[in-house]
Write a protein that binds this ligand. Structure first.
Ligand code: ATP
Ligand code: MG
Ligand code: MG
Length: 387
């Protein structure tokens, strides 16, 4: 239990005094490196230090994380109201780039697991949804795509702020219009446009967000694809339908999964594309598609949500629960929408009755997206409708 001390190389730190971070325990591991819980004696606080692998590619990408998070924190969320992790410091230590963040708690995957994969009460799903949406509104204003939203990258705040969460891990984030990589997002949360190799926008985060909301309720991932083919088949089964023809026409990987069976833009209502059968896929790709087992008894999104067991719920709560589930289904339909153009933006989604808690009466029609608010105003605007 001998504490390892990370001494900060002063030359590289733009901070007033010599800081020390005393490593107490390891918090997590990821692709980019390891995260350590550290004690900072000068300020008497714990911080989380992400130690990046000492390879140029990782270091470079981690510097993007530093710069994006610094911009989001200082310029777009100066008062720390929008559920984005705070970056505190960064420095080099033995050729490892280290980034210090405010110390947070368990991630949402650990929370779901701790609840034995039974899902969370809808009131929690609603509160978490609202907070993640606040973070997404800020990211969209800043033109930042997170690219790796998933339960592991959403953390509970320390006990002093119960049921509060923050979005972390901007290690894969990029600016809209600088979308360098095509192989992004963790598979279960991967959007159809990324899967198919089509130019992507902040809308891919809204897809991942929809998958997360469903998983918080169900306790299990909505689209646990064993392979990309399996992922696509699950989306099509659960949602009904498929990506729109214009996307399929222009996407790079369409022929991996689809066969053209008609003329594009013929006036026919049916699509010009049909998804490959498992046999056709095997012939074309010279390998068997990996197909995973189905977790849910029901097929459609509507049935999966509405028929989900009402676990030991008192009689008087059942009608409220059932009405909230209807709102949840309508909410999810705007998020896990195949067409990225039709998919709701964060600001459109944040006014949905499921989020605001208003009574759900009819399918939600969001207002058209308003033009982008200039940055200097965006800082002042409070998008939180409930106050
Ligand atoms: P990934 O493989 O998802 O890309 P990564 O290498 O980019 O991971 P992070 O997601 O930033 O690393 O951190 C890895 C894990 O460390 C998180 O899932 C979380 O459990 C823990 N962790 C990260 N930041 C914090 C923090 N601020 N407070 C507490 N724990 C944290
Ligand atoms: Mg991560
Ligand atoms: Mg990451």
């Amino acid at each position: 239990n001998s504490d390892l001390v990370l001494y900060v190389n002063l030359e590289l730190v733009n901070l007033p005094q010599n800081r020390r971070y005393i490593v107490k325990e390891m918090l997590g591991q990821g692709t980019f490196g390891q995260v350590a819980k550290c004690w900072e004696p000068e300020t008497n606080t714990y911080v989380a230090v992400k130690v990046i692998k000492n390879q140029p590619a990782y270091t470079q990408q981690a510097m993007v994380e530093v710069s994006i998070l610094d911009t989001l924190n200082r310029k777009y969320d100066p008062e720390d109201k929008n559920h984005i992790v705070r970056i505190l410091d960064y420095f080099m230590h033995h050729q490892h780039l280290c980034i210090a963040f405010e110390m947070l708690g368990n991630n949402l995957y650990e929370l779901i697991k701790g609840n034995r994969y039974k899902g969370l009460p809808l009131s929690f799903v609603q509160r978490f949804s609202k907070q993640i949406l606040q973070a997404l509104v800020v990211m969209k204003d800043a033109g930042i795509i997170h690219c790796d939203l998933k339960p592991e990258n959403i953390l509970l705040c320390p006990r002093a702020k119960p049921a509060e969460i923050k979005v972390i891990d901007f290690g894969s984030a990029c600016e809209e219009g600088r979308t360098v990589y095509s192989y992004i997002q963790s598979r279960y949360y991967r959007s159809p446009e990324v899967l198919l190799g089509y130019p992507y926008t902040t809308a891919i985060d809204m897809w991942s967000f929809g998958c997360i909301v469903a998983e918080l309720f169900l306790g299990l991932p909505l689209f646990p694809g064993s392979s990309e083919y399996d992922l696509l088949k699950r989306m099509m089964e659960i949602l009904g339908g498929q990506p729109p023809d214009n996307l399929l026409r222009d996407a790079k990987n369409t022929t991996k999964f689809f066969k053209q069976v008609g003329r594009i833009y013929s006036n026919s209502v049916s699509s010009a594309y049909r998804v490959l059968t498992e046999e056709e896929y095997e012939t074309r790709e010279s390998k068997k598609p990996q197909i995973g087992k189905r977790y849910f008894k029901f097929i459609t999104l509507e049935d999966i949500i509405s028929q989900y067991p009402y676990r030991n719920m008192p009689e008087e709560e059942i009608s409220r629960e059932s009405s909230m589930r209807k709102a949840l289904i309508d909410f999810l339909r705007g998020l896990v929408e195949f067409d990225p153009v039709k998919r709701w933006s964060p600001l459109q989604a944040i006014y949905h009755p499921f989020v605001t808690g208003e009574e759900f009466k009819e399918p939600y029609k969001p207002l058209p997206e308003t033009p982008r608010i200039p940055v200097f105003q965006a800082v002042m605007v409070d998008h939180n409708p409930g106050g």
